[in-house]
Ligand binder design. Structure first.
Ligand code: XMP
Length: 592
Protein backbone atom coordinates (compact mmCIF):
# COMPACT_ATOMS: atom_id res chain seq x y z
CA UNK A 1 0.00 0.00 0.00
CA UNK A 2 1.36 3.43 -0.90
CA UNK A 3 -0.05 6.94 -0.75
CA UNK A 4 -3.46 7.56 -2.35
CA UNK A 5 -1.86 8.80 -5.56
CA UNK A 6 0.27 5.64 -5.75
CA UNK A 7 3.44 7.60 -4.98
CA UNK A 8 5.84 6.44 -2.29
CA UNK A 9 6.02 8.44 0.92
CA UNK A 10 9.71 9.21 0.52
CA UNK A 11 11.81 10.17 -2.48
CA UNK A 12 15.58 9.92 -2.35
CA UNK A 13 17.15 12.40 -4.76
CA UNK A 14 20.27 10.92 -6.31
CA UNK A 15 23.15 13.38 -6.32
CA UNK A 16 25.59 10.72 -7.50
CA UNK A 17 26.36 9.11 -4.16
CA UNK A 18 27.26 5.45 -4.02
CA UNK A 19 24.98 4.98 -1.03
CA UNK A 20 21.91 6.45 -2.67
CA UNK A 21 20.11 3.13 -3.21
CA UNK A 22 21.21 2.00 0.20
CA UNK A 23 19.35 4.97 1.71
CA UNK A 24 16.12 3.93 -0.04
CA UNK A 25 16.73 0.38 1.08
CA UNK A 26 17.22 1.40 4.74
CA UNK A 27 13.99 3.41 4.62
CA UNK A 28 12.08 0.46 3.19
CA UNK A 29 13.61 -1.74 5.89
CA UNK A 30 11.78 0.52 8.34
CA UNK A 31 8.51 -0.27 6.56
CA UNK A 32 8.17 2.96 4.57
CA UNK A 33 7.83 3.12 0.78
CA UNK A 34 10.72 4.93 -0.91
CA UNK A 35 11.95 5.54 -4.45
CA UNK A 36 15.11 6.97 -5.99
CA UNK A 37 14.85 9.85 -8.51
CA UNK A 38 17.43 12.12 -10.17
CA UNK A 39 18.50 15.05 -8.00
CA UNK A 40 17.04 17.69 -10.33
CA UNK A 41 13.51 16.21 -10.33
CA UNK A 42 11.13 19.22 -10.41
CA UNK A 43 9.36 20.01 -7.13
CA UNK A 44 6.02 19.81 -8.96
CA UNK A 45 6.56 16.06 -9.39
CA UNK A 46 7.30 15.59 -5.71
CA UNK A 47 4.26 17.31 -4.30
CA UNK A 48 2.61 15.25 -1.58
CA UNK A 49 5.74 13.37 -0.48
CA UNK A 50 6.05 13.16 3.26
CA UNK A 51 9.78 13.44 2.97
CA UNK A 52 12.65 13.97 0.57
CA UNK A 53 16.22 12.83 1.20
CA UNK A 54 19.00 14.45 -0.82
CA UNK A 55 21.82 11.94 -1.11
CA UNK A 56 25.55 12.45 -0.90
CA UNK A 57 27.71 12.63 -3.99
CA UNK A 58 31.29 13.05 -5.10
CA UNK A 59 30.98 16.62 -6.38
CA UNK A 60 31.54 19.95 -4.70
CA UNK A 61 28.69 22.50 -4.78
CA UNK A 62 31.12 24.97 -6.35
CA UNK A 63 32.03 22.71 -9.28
CA UNK A 64 30.43 23.74 -12.52
CA UNK A 65 27.96 21.12 -13.63
CA UNK A 66 27.66 19.59 -10.15
CA UNK A 67 24.25 18.04 -9.37
CA UNK A 68 21.56 20.53 -8.39
CA UNK A 69 18.13 20.40 -6.83
CA UNK A 70 15.03 22.37 -7.65
CA UNK A 71 15.13 24.85 -4.71
CA UNK A 72 11.33 24.75 -4.56
CA UNK A 73 11.54 21.29 -2.94
CA UNK A 74 12.69 23.08 0.22
CA UNK A 75 9.32 24.86 0.33
CA UNK A 76 6.90 22.05 -0.49
CA UNK A 77 4.06 22.19 2.02
CA UNK A 78 3.98 19.16 4.33
CA UNK A 79 7.28 17.76 3.01
CA UNK A 80 10.32 17.43 5.28
CA UNK A 81 13.79 17.41 3.70
CA UNK A 82 16.91 15.64 4.93
CA UNK A 83 20.20 16.46 3.21
CA UNK A 84 23.03 13.98 3.62
CA UNK A 85 26.69 14.97 3.05
CA UNK A 86 26.59 16.63 -0.40
CA UNK A 87 22.84 16.94 0.18
CA UNK A 88 23.61 18.99 3.30
CA UNK A 89 26.01 21.19 1.30
CA UNK A 90 23.37 21.73 -1.40
CA UNK A 91 20.76 22.69 1.18
CA UNK A 92 23.15 25.11 2.89
CA UNK A 93 24.30 26.58 -0.42
CA UNK A 94 20.77 27.06 -1.81
CA UNK A 95 19.63 28.80 1.37
CA UNK A 96 22.57 31.18 1.63
CA UNK A 97 24.89 29.36 4.05
CA UNK A 98 28.66 28.95 3.57
CA UNK A 99 30.27 25.78 2.27
CA UNK A 100 34.03 25.45 1.92
CA UNK A 101 36.75 22.94 1.29
CA UNK A 102 37.84 21.49 4.65
CA UNK A 103 41.46 21.80 5.78
CA UNK A 104 41.71 18.05 5.60
CA UNK A 105 39.24 15.37 4.67
CA UNK A 106 37.35 13.30 7.22
CA UNK A 107 37.04 9.68 6.12
CA UNK A 108 35.93 6.87 8.37
CA UNK A 109 34.49 6.92 11.85
CA UNK A 110 34.22 10.08 13.91
CA UNK A 111 32.70 10.94 17.25
CA UNK A 112 29.58 13.09 17.05
CA UNK A 113 29.03 15.47 19.98
CA UNK A 114 25.43 16.54 20.37
CA UNK A 115 24.97 20.21 21.25
CA UNK A 116 21.17 20.53 21.37
CA UNK A 117 18.25 18.14 21.53
CA UNK A 118 16.09 17.80 18.41
CA UNK A 119 13.63 15.13 17.18
CA UNK A 120 16.18 13.95 14.56
CA UNK A 121 18.57 13.05 17.39
CA UNK A 122 15.96 11.52 19.70
CA UNK A 123 17.41 8.62 21.64
CA UNK A 124 21.00 9.70 21.03
CA UNK A 125 22.69 11.41 23.87
CA UNK A 126 26.11 12.88 24.34
CA UNK A 127 28.51 11.12 22.03
CA UNK A 128 27.93 8.61 19.29
CA UNK A 129 30.04 7.02 16.54
CA UNK A 130 29.25 8.11 12.98
CA UNK A 131 30.79 7.43 9.58
CA UNK A 132 32.08 10.33 7.53
CA UNK A 133 33.41 10.63 4.01
CA UNK A 134 33.89 14.25 2.95
CA UNK A 135 36.27 17.06 2.25
CA UNK A 136 33.84 19.98 1.84
CA UNK A 137 31.98 21.15 4.93
CA UNK A 138 29.37 23.68 5.98
CA UNK A 139 31.11 26.58 7.70
CA UNK A 140 28.11 28.77 8.39
CA UNK A 141 24.58 27.42 8.43
CA UNK A 142 21.96 29.41 6.50
CA UNK A 143 19.80 31.88 8.38
CA UNK A 144 17.20 30.21 10.59
CA UNK A 145 19.28 27.02 11.08
CA UNK A 146 20.76 25.82 14.34
CA UNK A 147 23.82 23.66 14.78
CA UNK A 148 22.75 20.48 16.57
CA UNK A 149 25.99 18.49 16.60
CA UNK A 150 29.65 18.63 15.58
CA UNK A 151 32.71 16.41 15.31
CA UNK A 152 36.31 17.37 15.87
CA UNK A 153 36.88 18.10 12.18
CA UNK A 154 33.42 19.27 11.26
CA UNK A 155 31.73 22.21 13.00
CA UNK A 156 28.31 21.61 11.39
CA UNK A 157 27.76 17.85 11.48
CA UNK A 158 24.00 18.21 12.03
CA UNK A 159 21.91 21.32 11.42
CA UNK A 160 18.17 21.95 11.41
CA UNK A 161 15.89 24.87 10.70
CA UNK A 162 14.23 26.14 13.85
CA UNK A 163 10.75 26.38 12.28
CA UNK A 164 10.68 24.47 9.00
CA UNK A 165 11.27 20.69 8.63
CA UNK A 166 14.71 21.05 6.98
CA UNK A 167 17.60 19.02 8.35
CA UNK A 168 21.11 18.32 7.14
CA UNK A 169 23.69 15.81 8.37
CA UNK A 170 27.29 15.56 7.28
CA UNK A 171 27.75 11.85 8.11
CA UNK A 172 26.13 8.80 6.51
CA UNK A 173 23.37 7.29 8.68
CA UNK A 174 22.80 4.52 6.08
CA UNK A 175 26.12 2.73 6.56
CA UNK A 176 26.52 0.11 9.27
CA UNK A 177 29.46 1.96 10.85
CA UNK A 178 27.13 4.75 12.02
CA UNK A 179 26.06 3.52 15.43
CA UNK A 180 22.53 4.93 15.52
CA UNK A 181 22.01 5.26 11.76
CA UNK A 182 18.69 3.42 11.64
CA UNK A 183 17.45 5.39 14.68
CA UNK A 184 18.16 8.61 12.83
CA UNK A 185 16.18 7.45 9.79
CA UNK A 186 13.36 6.28 12.07
CA UNK A 187 13.38 9.69 13.78
CA UNK A 188 13.17 11.41 10.41
CA UNK A 189 10.44 9.17 9.02
CA UNK A 190 8.16 8.78 12.00
CA UNK A 191 9.12 11.71 14.24
CA UNK A 192 9.47 14.41 11.59
CA UNK A 193 7.77 13.35 8.33
CA UNK A 194 4.84 11.62 10.04
CA UNK A 195 5.19 8.52 7.84
CA UNK A 196 3.09 5.44 8.39
CA UNK A 197 4.24 1.90 7.76
CA UNK A 198 3.12 1.05 4.24
CA UNK A 199 5.90 -1.13 2.89
CA UNK A 200 6.15 -4.86 3.31
CA UNK A 201 9.35 -6.32 1.86
CA UNK A 202 7.47 -9.52 1.10
CA UNK A 203 5.56 -7.64 -1.62
CA UNK A 204 8.72 -7.32 -3.68
CA UNK A 205 8.45 -10.69 -5.42
CA UNK A 206 5.10 -9.97 -7.10
CA UNK A 207 6.36 -6.52 -8.07
CA UNK A 208 9.49 -7.94 -9.68
CA UNK A 209 7.40 -10.58 -11.46
CA UNK A 210 5.09 -7.93 -12.85
CA UNK A 211 8.12 -6.07 -14.18
CA UNK A 212 9.42 -9.21 -15.87
CA UNK A 213 6.06 -9.83 -17.55
CA UNK A 214 5.93 -6.20 -18.69
CA UNK A 215 9.50 -6.13 -20.07
CA UNK A 216 9.26 -9.52 -21.80
CA UNK A 217 5.90 -8.83 -23.47
CA UNK A 218 5.42 -11.69 -25.89
CA UNK A 219 9.12 -12.56 -25.99
CA UNK A 220 10.87 -15.42 -24.22
CA UNK A 221 13.88 -15.16 -21.92
CA UNK A 222 17.11 -17.07 -21.98
CA UNK A 223 19.80 -17.19 -19.32
CA UNK A 224 23.36 -18.29 -18.98
CA UNK A 225 23.16 -19.65 -15.44
CA UNK A 226 26.35 -20.10 -13.44
CA UNK A 227 25.05 -22.03 -10.47
CA UNK A 228 25.73 -18.95 -8.32
CA UNK A 229 23.07 -17.44 -6.08
CA UNK A 230 22.33 -14.34 -8.17
CA UNK A 231 21.74 -15.98 -11.53
CA UNK A 232 19.72 -18.76 -9.86
CA UNK A 233 17.40 -16.34 -8.07
CA UNK A 234 16.96 -14.18 -11.19
CA UNK A 235 16.25 -17.25 -13.30
CA UNK A 236 13.73 -18.57 -10.80
CA UNK A 237 11.87 -15.25 -10.75
CA UNK A 238 11.60 -15.38 -14.55
CA UNK A 239 10.42 -19.01 -14.41
CA UNK A 240 7.65 -18.04 -12.03
CA UNK A 241 6.70 -14.92 -13.95
CA UNK A 242 6.53 -16.46 -17.44
CA UNK A 243 6.24 -20.20 -16.85
CA UNK A 244 8.92 -22.81 -17.58
CA UNK A 245 8.21 -23.13 -21.28
CA UNK A 246 9.17 -19.50 -21.92
CA UNK A 247 12.45 -19.45 -19.99
CA UNK A 248 15.49 -21.23 -21.36
CA UNK A 249 18.59 -21.76 -19.22
CA UNK A 250 22.04 -22.83 -20.37
CA UNK A 251 24.72 -23.93 -17.97
CA UNK A 252 28.22 -24.12 -19.43
CA UNK A 253 30.19 -27.00 -17.93
CA UNK A 254 33.77 -25.77 -18.24
CA UNK A 255 35.22 -28.96 -16.76
CA UNK A 256 36.76 -26.67 -14.13
CA UNK A 257 33.96 -27.19 -11.63
CA UNK A 258 33.99 -29.09 -8.39
CA UNK A 259 32.95 -32.70 -8.03
CA UNK A 260 29.20 -33.10 -8.54
CA UNK A 261 28.61 -29.40 -9.28
CA UNK A 262 26.90 -29.84 -12.64
CA UNK A 263 24.54 -32.50 -11.28
CA UNK A 264 23.87 -30.39 -8.22
CA UNK A 265 22.94 -27.33 -10.28
CA UNK A 266 20.84 -29.46 -12.60
CA UNK A 267 19.02 -30.94 -9.60
CA UNK A 268 18.31 -27.54 -8.07
CA UNK A 269 16.88 -26.20 -11.33
CA UNK A 270 14.74 -29.28 -11.91
CA UNK A 271 13.25 -28.93 -8.44
CA UNK A 272 12.54 -25.28 -9.16
CA UNK A 273 10.46 -26.38 -12.13
CA UNK A 274 12.87 -25.64 -14.99
CA UNK A 275 12.19 -27.81 -18.00
CA UNK A 276 14.01 -25.95 -20.78
CA UNK A 277 17.42 -26.34 -19.19
CA UNK A 278 20.50 -27.36 -21.11
CA UNK A 279 23.99 -28.29 -19.92
CA UNK A 280 26.63 -27.46 -22.51
CA UNK A 281 29.64 -29.74 -22.08
CA UNK A 282 32.54 -27.50 -23.04
CA UNK A 283 35.26 -29.17 -20.94
CA UNK A 284 37.49 -30.26 -23.81
CA UNK A 285 37.69 -26.73 -25.22
CA UNK A 286 38.65 -25.21 -21.88
CA UNK A 287 41.32 -27.84 -21.26
CA UNK A 288 42.78 -27.19 -24.71
CA UNK A 289 42.75 -23.42 -24.11
CA UNK A 290 44.72 -23.93 -20.88
CA UNK A 291 47.31 -26.27 -22.27
CA UNK A 292 50.82 -25.24 -21.23
CA UNK A 293 49.59 -22.07 -19.46
CA UNK A 294 51.16 -21.47 -16.04
CA UNK A 295 50.69 -17.75 -15.36
CA UNK A 296 47.50 -16.91 -13.36
CA UNK A 297 46.31 -13.90 -15.32
CA UNK A 298 46.90 -15.68 -18.62
CA UNK A 299 44.76 -18.56 -17.28
CA UNK A 300 41.97 -16.11 -16.54
CA UNK A 301 42.32 -14.52 -19.97
CA UNK A 302 42.19 -17.86 -21.78
CA UNK A 303 39.17 -18.95 -19.74
CA UNK A 304 37.38 -15.66 -20.43
CA UNK A 305 38.04 -15.97 -24.17
CA UNK A 306 36.87 -19.56 -24.27
CA UNK A 307 33.71 -18.55 -22.42
CA UNK A 308 33.03 -15.89 -25.01
CA UNK A 309 33.52 -18.41 -27.81
CA UNK A 310 31.13 -20.91 -26.22
CA UNK A 311 28.48 -18.26 -25.56
CA UNK A 312 28.69 -16.98 -29.13
CA UNK A 313 28.26 -20.51 -30.40
CA UNK A 314 25.20 -21.12 -28.25
CA UNK A 315 23.63 -17.75 -29.08
CA UNK A 316 23.83 -18.23 -32.81
CA UNK A 317 23.04 -21.94 -32.93
CA UNK A 318 19.94 -21.53 -30.75
CA UNK A 319 18.56 -18.61 -32.77
CA UNK A 320 18.51 -16.61 -29.55
CA UNK A 321 19.49 -13.46 -31.39
CA UNK A 322 16.22 -13.21 -33.29
CA UNK A 323 13.49 -10.91 -32.03
CA UNK A 324 11.70 -13.58 -30.00
CA UNK A 325 14.22 -13.68 -27.20
CA UNK A 326 15.58 -11.35 -24.58
CA UNK A 327 18.52 -12.02 -22.29
CA UNK A 328 18.06 -12.51 -18.55
CA UNK A 329 20.93 -11.63 -16.21
CA UNK A 330 21.49 -11.96 -12.48
CA UNK A 331 23.10 -8.51 -12.10
CA UNK A 332 22.65 -7.22 -8.56
CA UNK A 333 22.83 -3.64 -7.40
CA UNK A 334 26.49 -3.56 -6.27
CA UNK A 335 27.50 -4.87 -9.73
CA UNK A 336 26.12 -1.70 -11.21
CA UNK A 337 28.12 0.68 -9.04
CA UNK A 338 31.79 1.25 -9.23
CA UNK A 339 32.76 -0.38 -5.96
CA UNK A 340 30.93 -3.59 -6.80
CA UNK A 341 32.61 -6.96 -6.97
CA UNK A 342 36.22 -7.84 -6.43
CA UNK A 343 38.85 -6.75 -8.89
CA UNK A 344 39.20 -10.32 -10.02
CA UNK A 345 35.48 -10.80 -10.45
CA UNK A 346 35.46 -7.65 -12.58
CA UNK A 347 38.07 -9.13 -14.80
CA UNK A 348 35.99 -12.21 -15.43
CA UNK A 349 32.89 -10.14 -15.96
CA UNK A 350 34.67 -7.96 -18.49
CA UNK A 351 35.31 -11.03 -20.55
CA UNK A 352 31.71 -12.16 -20.31
CA UNK A 353 30.36 -8.75 -21.19
CA UNK A 354 32.49 -8.64 -24.28
CA UNK A 355 30.44 -11.34 -25.95
CA UNK A 356 29.34 -9.55 -29.10
CA UNK A 357 25.89 -11.07 -29.22
CA UNK A 358 25.22 -10.18 -25.59
CA UNK A 359 26.45 -6.63 -26.14
CA UNK A 360 24.04 -6.29 -29.06
CA UNK A 361 21.15 -7.45 -26.92
CA UNK A 362 22.08 -5.02 -24.16
CA UNK A 363 22.48 -2.14 -26.63
CA UNK A 364 19.05 -2.78 -28.07
CA UNK A 365 17.46 -3.00 -24.63
CA UNK A 366 16.63 -6.68 -24.99
CA UNK A 367 17.63 -7.53 -21.47
CA UNK A 368 15.92 -8.16 -18.15
CA UNK A 369 17.75 -7.88 -14.84
CA UNK A 370 15.21 -8.63 -12.11
CA UNK A 371 17.68 -8.15 -9.24
CA UNK A 372 19.34 -4.93 -10.34
CA UNK A 373 17.99 -2.93 -7.41
CA UNK A 374 18.80 -5.44 -4.67
CA UNK A 375 21.76 -6.12 -2.42
CA UNK A 376 23.19 -9.59 -1.82
CA UNK A 377 21.40 -10.17 1.47
CA UNK A 378 18.07 -9.19 -0.11
CA UNK A 379 18.76 -11.58 -2.98
CA UNK A 380 19.29 -14.41 -0.47
CA UNK A 381 16.09 -13.41 1.30
CA UNK A 382 14.15 -13.46 -1.98
CA UNK A 383 15.72 -16.83 -2.77
CA UNK A 384 14.47 -18.16 0.57
CA UNK A 385 10.96 -16.92 -0.13
CA UNK A 386 11.10 -18.62 -3.53
CA UNK A 387 11.94 -21.92 -1.87
CA UNK A 388 15.52 -22.20 -3.14
CA UNK A 389 17.26 -24.61 -0.74
CA UNK A 390 19.13 -22.97 2.11
CA UNK A 391 22.44 -24.81 1.56
CA UNK A 392 22.43 -23.40 -1.96
CA UNK A 393 21.79 -19.83 -0.82
CA UNK A 394 24.52 -19.88 1.81
CA UNK A 395 27.19 -21.55 -0.26
CA UNK A 396 30.73 -20.27 0.06
CA UNK A 397 31.82 -18.00 -2.79
CA UNK A 398 33.53 -19.86 -5.62
CA UNK A 399 35.63 -18.06 -8.23
CA UNK A 400 34.43 -17.86 -11.84
CA UNK A 401 37.57 -19.46 -13.34
CA UNK A 402 36.92 -22.42 -11.04
CA UNK A 403 39.54 -25.00 -10.18
CA UNK A 404 41.90 -23.64 -12.85
CA UNK A 405 43.18 -20.98 -10.45
CA UNK A 406 43.50 -23.56 -7.65
CA UNK A 407 45.57 -25.94 -9.75
CA UNK A 408 49.05 -24.41 -9.68
CA UNK A 409 51.56 -25.02 -12.41
CA UNK A 410 55.32 -24.69 -12.78
CA UNK A 411 57.54 -23.94 -15.75
CA UNK A 412 60.43 -26.22 -14.78
CA UNK A 413 61.59 -28.93 -12.39
CA UNK A 414 63.26 -27.44 -9.34
CA UNK A 415 63.97 -28.76 -5.84
CA UNK A 416 62.98 -26.95 -2.67
CA UNK A 417 65.89 -25.09 -1.09
CA UNK A 418 66.81 -25.11 2.59
CA UNK A 419 66.89 -21.74 4.39
CA UNK A 420 67.07 -20.83 8.09
CA UNK A 421 63.29 -20.65 8.46
CA UNK A 422 62.38 -23.84 6.57
CA UNK A 423 62.23 -24.79 2.89
CA UNK A 424 61.52 -22.43 0.02
CA UNK A 425 59.16 -24.10 -2.46
CA UNK A 426 59.77 -22.58 -5.91
CA UNK A 427 56.08 -22.47 -6.78
CA UNK A 428 54.67 -18.97 -7.18
CA UNK A 429 51.49 -17.62 -5.65
CA UNK A 430 49.83 -14.21 -5.68
CA UNK A 431 49.84 -11.89 -2.70
CA UNK A 432 48.77 -8.35 -1.93
CA UNK A 433 51.24 -6.14 -0.14
CA UNK A 434 50.88 -2.37 0.18
CA UNK A 435 47.93 -2.36 -2.26
CA UNK A 436 49.90 -3.98 -5.02
CA UNK A 437 50.17 -7.48 -6.31
CA UNK A 438 53.13 -9.70 -5.48
CA UNK A 439 53.94 -13.02 -7.15
CA UNK A 440 56.42 -14.93 -5.04
CA UNK A 441 57.54 -18.30 -3.73
CA UNK A 442 56.18 -20.18 -0.71
CA UNK A 443 57.92 -20.95 2.57
CA UNK A 444 57.30 -24.40 4.07
CA UNK A 445 58.00 -23.68 7.73
CA UNK A 446 58.57 -26.23 10.51
CA UNK A 447 55.70 -26.91 12.91
CA UNK A 448 52.10 -27.98 12.73
CA UNK A 449 48.92 -26.00 11.93
CA UNK A 450 47.71 -26.65 15.47
CA UNK A 451 50.77 -25.13 17.20
CA UNK A 452 49.95 -22.10 19.34
CA UNK A 453 51.03 -18.79 17.83
CA UNK A 454 51.89 -20.29 14.46
CA UNK A 455 49.78 -17.76 12.50
CA UNK A 456 51.61 -14.77 13.95
CA UNK A 457 54.89 -16.47 13.12
CA UNK A 458 53.80 -16.57 9.48
CA UNK A 459 53.05 -12.84 9.36
CA UNK A 460 56.39 -12.01 10.98
CA UNK A 461 58.34 -14.19 8.56
CA UNK A 462 56.64 -12.73 5.48
CA UNK A 463 57.15 -9.17 6.66
CA UNK A 464 60.87 -9.85 6.77
CA UNK A 465 61.17 -11.59 3.43
CA UNK A 466 61.44 -10.45 -0.17
CA UNK A 467 61.53 -14.00 -1.46
CA UNK A 468 58.17 -15.43 -0.39
CA UNK A 469 54.67 -14.06 0.33
CA UNK A 470 53.05 -17.16 1.79
CA UNK A 471 53.84 -19.59 4.61
CA UNK A 472 52.57 -23.16 4.84
CA UNK A 473 53.22 -25.96 7.33
CA UNK A 474 52.99 -29.69 6.80
CA UNK A 475 50.03 -31.46 8.42
CA UNK A 476 52.05 -34.58 9.27
CA UNK A 477 54.60 -32.67 11.33
CA UNK A 478 58.00 -31.53 10.24
CA UNK A 479 59.82 -32.42 8.06
CA UNK A 480 57.82 -34.15 5.33
CA UNK A 481 59.12 -37.67 4.74
CA UNK A 482 60.96 -36.72 1.57
CA UNK A 483 62.18 -33.24 0.59
CA UNK A 484 59.68 -31.84 -1.88
CA UNK A 485 60.55 -31.14 -5.49
CA UNK A 486 58.58 -28.90 -7.79
CA UNK A 487 57.87 -30.55 -11.12
CA UNK A 488 57.15 -28.90 -14.46
CA UNK A 489 53.41 -29.06 -14.89
CA UNK A 490 50.34 -27.45 -16.36
CA UNK A 491 46.61 -28.07 -16.05
CA UNK A 492 45.76 -31.60 -17.11
CA UNK A 493 42.68 -33.77 -16.71
CA UNK A 494 44.65 -35.97 -14.32
CA UNK A 495 45.68 -33.11 -12.06
CA UNK A 496 42.18 -31.61 -12.11
CA UNK A 497 40.84 -35.00 -11.08
CA UNK A 498 43.29 -35.11 -8.17
CA UNK A 499 42.27 -31.65 -7.03
CA UNK A 500 38.57 -32.43 -7.43
CA UNK A 501 38.94 -35.53 -5.22
CA UNK A 502 40.78 -33.59 -2.51
CA UNK A 503 38.24 -30.75 -2.64
CA UNK A 504 35.34 -33.22 -2.38
CA UNK A 505 36.88 -34.90 0.69
CA UNK A 506 37.51 -31.56 2.40
CA UNK A 507 34.00 -30.35 1.62
CA UNK A 508 32.39 -33.56 2.82
CA UNK A 509 34.27 -33.59 6.13
CA UNK A 510 33.91 -29.89 6.83
CA UNK A 511 30.16 -30.03 6.15
CA UNK A 512 29.74 -33.13 8.35
CA UNK A 513 31.62 -31.49 11.24
CA UNK A 514 29.96 -28.09 10.82
CA UNK A 515 33.38 -26.49 10.25
CA UNK A 516 32.22 -25.11 6.90
CA UNK A 517 29.83 -22.78 8.75
CA UNK A 518 32.68 -21.40 10.82
CA UNK A 519 34.61 -20.18 7.79
CA UNK A 520 33.81 -17.77 5.00
CA UNK A 521 35.55 -19.76 2.33
CA UNK A 522 37.69 -22.89 2.21
CA UNK A 523 39.76 -23.16 -0.96
CA UNK A 524 41.70 -26.38 -1.54
CA UNK A 525 44.76 -25.96 -3.76
CA UNK A 526 46.91 -28.41 -5.66
CA UNK A 527 50.60 -27.54 -6.02
CA UNK A 528 53.13 -29.46 -8.12
CA UNK A 529 55.33 -30.24 -5.10
CA UNK A 530 56.13 -33.85 -4.26
CA UNK A 531 58.18 -36.82 -5.46
CA UNK A 532 58.35 -38.48 -8.88
CA UNK A 533 55.79 -41.09 -7.81
CA UNK A 534 53.56 -38.60 -6.02
CA UNK A 535 54.12 -35.29 -7.82
CA UNK A 536 51.42 -33.10 -6.23
CA UNK A 537 50.53 -31.86 -2.75
CA UNK A 538 47.26 -30.51 -1.42
CA UNK A 539 47.02 -27.23 0.51
CA UNK A 540 44.13 -26.35 2.83
CA UNK A 541 43.19 -22.67 2.95
CA UNK A 542 40.28 -22.07 5.39
CA UNK A 543 39.67 -18.34 5.93
CA UNK A 544 37.47 -15.94 7.82
CA UNK A 545 36.39 -12.83 5.97
CA UNK A 546 33.55 -10.35 5.70
CA UNK A 547 33.80 -9.31 2.09
CA UNK A 548 36.86 -11.06 0.68
CA UNK A 549 38.91 -7.86 0.81
CA UNK A 550 40.81 -8.96 3.90
CA UNK A 551 40.94 -12.42 5.43
CA UNK A 552 42.38 -14.38 8.30
CA UNK A 553 43.69 -17.90 8.14
CA UNK A 554 41.60 -20.06 10.51
CA UNK A 555 42.84 -22.79 12.87
CA UNK A 556 41.15 -26.18 12.49
CA UNK A 557 40.19 -28.80 15.09
CA UNK A 558 43.06 -31.37 15.22
CA UNK A 559 40.74 -34.38 14.82
CA UNK A 560 39.18 -32.94 11.64
CA UNK A 561 42.60 -32.15 10.26
CA UNK A 562 43.78 -35.72 10.96
CA UNK A 563 40.80 -37.24 9.21
CA UNK A 564 41.23 -34.98 6.20
CA UNK A 565 44.92 -35.83 5.97
CA UNK A 566 44.23 -39.55 6.16
CA UNK A 567 41.69 -39.39 3.33
CA UNK A 568 43.56 -36.88 1.14
CA UNK A 569 46.77 -38.94 1.26
CA UNK A 570 44.85 -41.89 -0.19
CA UNK A 571 44.45 -39.99 -3.47
CA UNK A 572 46.68 -41.34 -6.18
CA UNK A 573 49.62 -39.02 -6.89
CA UNK A 574 49.23 -36.87 -3.75
CA UNK A 575 52.42 -36.61 -1.69
CA UNK A 576 51.47 -34.59 1.39
CA UNK A 577 48.89 -32.19 2.83
CA UNK A 578 49.93 -28.66 3.75
CA UNK A 579 48.14 -25.87 5.57
CA UNK A 580 48.28 -22.19 4.55
CA UNK A 581 48.87 -19.90 7.55
CA UNK A 582 48.90 -16.64 5.60
CA UNK A 583 46.41 -13.85 6.28
CA UNK A 584 45.25 -11.42 3.58
CA UNK A 585 47.22 -9.22 3.28
CA UNK A 586 50.00 -10.30 2.69
CA UNK A 587 48.54 -13.35 0.87
CA UNK A 588 45.39 -13.35 -1.23
CA UNK A 589 42.63 -15.85 -0.46
CA UNK A 590 43.13 -17.75 -3.70
CA UNK A 591 46.69 -18.70 -4.55
CA UNK A 592 46.35 -17.25 -8.03
P1 XMP B 1 41.52 -13.04 -3.51
O1 XMP B 1 42.19 -14.27 -4.01
O2 XMP B 1 41.74 -11.86 -4.42
O3 XMP B 1 39.98 -13.37 -3.55
O4 XMP B 1 41.88 -12.73 -2.09
C1 XMP B 1 38.95 -12.59 -2.99
C2 XMP B 1 37.63 -13.25 -3.36
O5 XMP B 1 37.45 -13.20 -4.79
C3 XMP B 1 37.30 -14.51 -5.31
N1 XMP B 1 38.03 -14.56 -6.58
C4 XMP B 1 37.43 -14.58 -7.78
N2 XMP B 1 36.13 -14.59 -8.12
N3 XMP B 1 36.74 -14.64 -10.40
C5 XMP B 1 35.79 -14.63 -9.44
O6 XMP B 1 34.60 -14.67 -9.78
C6 XMP B 1 38.07 -14.64 -10.14
O7 XMP B 1 38.92 -14.64 -11.03
C7 XMP B 1 38.43 -14.60 -8.74
N4 XMP B 1 39.63 -14.58 -8.09
C8 XMP B 1 39.34 -14.56 -6.76
C9 XMP B 1 37.92 -15.43 -4.28
O8 XMP B 1 37.39 -16.74 -4.38
C10 XMP B 1 37.56 -14.73 -2.99
O9 XMP B 1 36.24 -15.03 -2.60
Amino acid sequence: MQQDNGAPQITVLDAGGQYCHLIARKIRDLGVSAEVRPSDTPASELRGRRGIVISGGPASVYDSGSPRIDPAILDLPGTAVLGICYGLHLMAHELGGGVRLGDKGEYGTAVLHTARPHPILAGLNGETRVWMSHRDLVETPPRGFEILAATEECPVAVMAHSERPLIGVQFHPEVVHTEHGQDIYANFLFGICGCTKDWDPRGRIPRVEQDIVRIAGSRNIFFFVSGGVDSTVAYTLCLRALGPERVYGVYVDTGLMREGETDFVHGVFSRLGATAFHVEDAAAGFLAALEGVTEPELKRKRIGEEFVAVQERILSSGNFLDGHWILGQGTIYPDTIESGGTAHADLIKTHHNRVDGIQKLIDSGRIVEPLSSFYKDEVREIGRELGIPEPFLTRHPFPGPGLAIRCLCAERDEPATRVDDGWILPVHSVGVQGDSRSYRKVLLAPGSPTDAGIHSLATRLINNSREYNRVVVDCSGWPPETPLTISRSSITAERLHRLRCADAIVRELSAASGFDRQVWQFPVILIPAGTPARPDSVVLRPVHSVDGMTAESVAMPPSLLDEMRRRVLEIDGVCTMLFDLTHKPPGTIEWE
